[in-house]
Write a new protein. Structure first.
Lengths: 315, 392
């Protein structure tokens, strides 16, 4: 049965003892897409994913996932959900193939269907040659790919992945993202990540802080909200350039990015072009080239983070 | 050694201990509780033991004897009009020991005073309670002999027209020589030789199946929770009951096989076989394994680490050993502790185990204990189910 993936959360709250992990999450998502969940450590990303997967007892004004109410019995929802937790959580003593068969049987998948899907998943994840290897003996990247293959086996309408690419090598990350790309038009994929390039690949981003969604939109929409101008300053010593530029009164941040210094300037404090170029021309060491750059996700997320910090520290 | 570094380490350890309520409880409460329970509650001395009395004589002498037995506080006599009633109470475990005074007691006492055959009283006790039985037998024998000796010397004095002469009495054997004109015939029901290994073997099933089963289950489930596999199961369509049964039935099968092995080992190596049906014993024990497995699940639900699960199971084993009747007789404990002991499923299982091993009892006579055991099992399985069902 094909389910139109949808999610409607209003005032979703979750407390662990005295600590509030989710403090009124409002979120509406419709249709298949990849949604990135970002935010600082302890923002509530894992808790939100676990709540959506039906693993937590929550309070909410409305909490509908794939049409199932999270406040009630969620057993039927679990047949439609794939969940990949942060750490590897499959059976280490079972082989790759046996782990998948175990999941297939719990989902009451027919043998023929299981063989067909397994072959395809193992081929796409590159795990086919390791089908008989115990899961505990796989490398970190392979384990993550197996976890994702396992979550995808029942072809869920909603896939929740908690930092699936953390700690895996570049090749494995690429493979994982290729698999997720295939689900883009079929499932609602929720993925928490701290990699900036991965946020760019998402259709939509949620910025979570202190248990609330404080910003959301497409990556372009989030970038457009950022009132900063980005410049690249090239020179022989980008580290010294960044240090010198950081002393300018209108520079918000200046950091080295490979061969250039990445300079952020608050839009409202942006000086006239003549003064800007004069100031940078006067820096020691000398700036050979100063060029404007498009605002990236790093700027967008840093802006959101700073805005939150200032908001919470304000009297 | 650097004192400041040592101080830093000491402070860190003290803080870590202080901040862990469970460790603090173990460190402070357990030694105190163990001391008090061992010292105050768990006495192997005979005190206020329910004693059945069938006084078929009903004379002043026999009533004096009963009154003397009650006077010391060692026994609480309970009168039985018939011998059948007395036997039934002894089999049912309502009384631990019994005294039967024959109808001709008074006449035989007088005859003995005049040089005839001694009077005879019979002492019966439950050999299943080995420790208690041994102690109570000695007490009863001494008390009965000394009282009857006084009575006979009174009778002798009456016969000779002089005052009663003091009489020295020493305990006699099971059907020992007469002393002071009376002979005490003792008979242990169910375990006539007061065989300690029979008593301990039947109790050990209770200890092993309670402690080890709960320990293995708790540690295994906590490890699964920590590795995340348990959470993975919870995001599948598997129901809580399926997950619960999937966990406990394989473990239960292993422990049921353990029961069979233990029965065979006790039989062939120690020569201790159940007096009752082996099949019935294995069925009851397998059922009890479910109770302990559920307890293990509950321990796992409240433990953050495998080490904590082990600590909690060990903590649970202390009252298990002390209060369940495994090592110390429950009948000897103060009333509040006797009531507390009734709340342990192990208490009832050990009773059933001993009833089958020592008295050869079957399902009908054990129905009340089995019903209680079933009741506890249902509650524990229900709560364990909720602990799996319950979302964090």
């Amino acid at each position: 049965m094909s389910v139109q993936p949808s999610l409607r959360l209003r005032g979703l709250r979750k407390r662990f003892g005295q600590r509030s992990a989710l403090d009124g999450v409002d979120l509406t998502l419709e249709g298949p897409q990849i949604v990135g969940i970002v935010g600082p450590d302890g923002a509530g990303k894992t808790t939100l994913l676990r709540a959506i997967a039906g693993l937590l007892e929550i309070a909410a004004d409305e909490a509908s996932v794939l049409g199932f109410d999270l406040r009630k019995d969620v057993r039927a929802l679990k047949a439609q959900i794939g969940y990949v937790p942060q750490s590897f959580s499959l059976h280490r003593d079972l082989s790759v193939y046996e782990n998948l068969r175990f999941t297939a049987r719990l989902h009451r998948l027919g043998n023929e269907e299981f063989e067909r899907r397994t072959e395809s998943l193992l081929a796409r994840t590159g795990l086919l040659p390791f089908a008989d290897r115990p899961a505990g003996a796989l490398s970190g990247g392979m384990k993550q790919k197996l976890s994702i293959a396992n979550a995808l086996l029942p072809e869920p309408a909603l896939l929740a992945l908690d930092e699936p690419t953390a700690g895996v090598d570049v090749m494995a990350r690429d493979e994982i993202w290729r698999i997720l790309e295939e689900r883009r038009g079929k499932s609602l994929v929720l993925i928490s990540t701290s990699y900036l390039d991965e946020t760019e690949a998402c259709d939509r981003l949620l910025y979570l802080d202190e248990g609330r969604v404080v910003a959301q939109g497409t990556p372009a929409e989030l970038r457009a909200q950022v009132p900063v101008r980005l410049l690249r300053a090239w020179g022989s010593d980008p580290r010294a350039i960044a240090k010198a530029a950081g002393a300018l009164p209108y520079v918000v941040s200046a950091r080295v990015r490979g061969p250039f210094a990445r300079i952020e300037i608050a839009a409202e404090e942006l000086p006239g072009e003549a003064r800007l170029y004069a100031d940078f021309a006067g820096l020691v060491p000398r700036v050979r080239l100063l060029e404007p750059a498009p605002v990236d996700m790093e700027s967008a997320l840093l802006f959101l983070s700073r805005k939150q910090t200032q908001g919470t520290s304000a009297p | 050694m650097n004192p400041r570094r040592l101080w830093t380490l000491l402070v860190r350890e003290a803080r870590a201990t202080w901040r862990n309520p469970f460790t603090m409880t173990i460190l402070v409460a357990v030694p105190l509780a163990a001391l008090l329970v061992f010292g105050f509650v768990l006495s192997t001395e005979v005190e206020r033991l329910p004693l059945g009395v069938h006084d078929a004589s009903g004379t002043a002498s026999s009533r004096r004897l009963v009154a003397e037995l009650a006077a010391k506080g060692t026994f609480v006599p309970r009168a039985f009009a018939t011998r059948e009633g007395l036997d039934h109470a002894l089999v049912a475990g309502q009384i631990s020991a019994a005294v039967v005074i024959p109808p001709d007691f008074d006449r035989r006492l007088r005859e003995a005073a005049a040089g005839g055959a001694p009077a005879e009283i019979q002492v019966l006790y439950d050999g299943g309670e080995t420790v208690l039985a041994g102690n109570s037998e000695a007490f009863l024998r001494t008390l009965a002999l000394s009282t009857v000796a006084e009575l006979s010397s009174g009778a002798r004095a009456q016969a000779m027209g002089g005052p009663a002469a003091p009489s020295h009495v020493s305990p006699s054997g099971a059907a020992g020589p007469a002393s002071g004109g009376v002979r005490v015939v003792t008979r242990a029901l169910f375990n006539p030789k007061l065989d300690g290994s029979r008593f301990m073997v039947s109790g050990t099933f209770g200890f092993v199946l309670s402690f080890l089963t709960a320990l293995i289950t708790a540690v295994s489930i906590v490890s699964e929770r920590l590795s995340g596999t348990f959470e993975q199961l919870q995001v599948t369509p598997a129901t809580s009951l399926e997950i619960l049964l999937g966990k406990i039935l394989p473990l239960g099968a292993v422990f049921a096989a353990d029961v069979v092995l233990m029965v065979l080992a006790a039989g062939f190596l120690l020569g201790v076989w159940p007096e009752g049906s082996v099949v019935f014993f294995v069925i009851v024990s397998s059922f009890y394994v479910l109770t302990s497995l559920s307890l293990g699940l509950l321990i796992s639900a409240t433990s953050a680490t495998a080490a904590e699960a082990v600590q909690k199971t060990v903590l649970f084993s202390i009252p298990l050993v002390q209060l369940s009747g495994f090592a110390f007789p429950i009948r000897n404990m103060p009333a509040p502790f006797r009531w507390l002991a009734e709340l342990f499923p192990a208490t009832h299982y050990i009773r059933v185990s001993r009833a089958i091993y020592l008295r050869g009892e079957g399902p009908l006579s054990l129905l009340p204990e089995l019903s209680l055991l079933a009741f506890f099992t249902l509650i524990l399985v229900g709560v364990a189910l909720r602990s799996i069902e319950g979302r964090e």
